[in-house]
Design a protein around this ligand. Structure first.
Ligand code: DC
Length: 225
């Protein structure tokens, strides 16, 4: 079983993917964490994030590995070090969409993502291009979105709960910029995959969003039997 979940930042993909995986007894992969880890490495080493070819080489040369933890979701290791927390910094937020626009880097990471899927007994994978590129043959494809104000609010609350105070309007601006970069890039831009079930989570609680995904899978699995 392969389930692809795509959508913009803050639409609820990570939380929904993690819980759907737990309830269906599947593995889970947050692919954004991989783009973030390479971004972190580039920033640490002072490499120009606009140099797409260099980003591809960086992704190829670094040791990137992922582990799935039922409670915490995707744990990510860069050159042997757990960077799961560090990749969520605002510095990484500001640069990751530029790094992710490199076709050379995407090729490396998509290869790793497909390998993780092949080696899992079944997976829920979330990102921007899972249904359109990484797992085109997925059993189920979802596209989650929400209004930009709601997505910024969720991120703001999430950061506040972790003790990070950020300006709401700055956060909204940052998300809008990332949306634009993700949607307009040439390599695998963010878009709804053919056959994907689109779910607007603006007025949904997390539990309602999870149910929407699980109910759709249940209804459509039964029809197929
Ligand atoms: O889901 P996230 O916010 O952690 O993703 C970080 C960035 O990585 C996002 O701006 C776009 C990029 N990304 C991507 O291009 N393709 C993916 N499959 C996942 C993330």
């Amino acid at each position: 079983m392969q389930i692809a979940i795509d959508g913009p930042a803050g639409a609820g993909k990570s939380s929904v993917a993690k819980e759907v995986a737990r309830r269906m007894n599947l593995n889970c992969l947050d692919t954004g964490a991989m783009y973030r880890a390479v971004t972190l490495k580039a920033l640490k080493e002072g490499i120009d994030v606009h140099d797409g070819k260099r980003m591809g080489k960086l992704a190829k040369d670094c040791k990137l590995s992922v582990e799935y933890n039922e409670n915490e979701g995707t744990l990510i290791f860069l050159d042997g070090e757990d960077v799961t927390g560090e990749i969520r910094s605002s510095r990484v937020n500001q640069h990751v969409s530029i790094v992710a626009s490199s076709p050379e880097l995407r090729k490396e990471l998509v290869y790793l993502q497909r390998r993780v899927a092949d080696e899992s007994g079944g997976i829920v994978m979330e990102g921007r291009d899972i249904g359109t590129d990484v797992l085109t043959g997925a059993d189920f494809k979802f596209f989650l979105y929400a209004s930009i104000e709601e997505r910024a609010k969720r991120r703001w609350l999430e950061m506040k709960s972790k003790g990070t105070d950020v300006d709401f309007n700055e956060l909204l601006e940052e998300i809008a910029t990332r949306d634009r970069l993700d949607e307009e890039r040439k390599a695998s831009p963010l878009k709804v995959a053919a056959g994907a079930k689109v779910i607007d989570t603006t007025n949904y609680s997390l539990e309602e969003a999870i149910s929407a995904v699980l109910d759709f899978i249940k209804q459509n699995s039964e029809e197929g039997q």
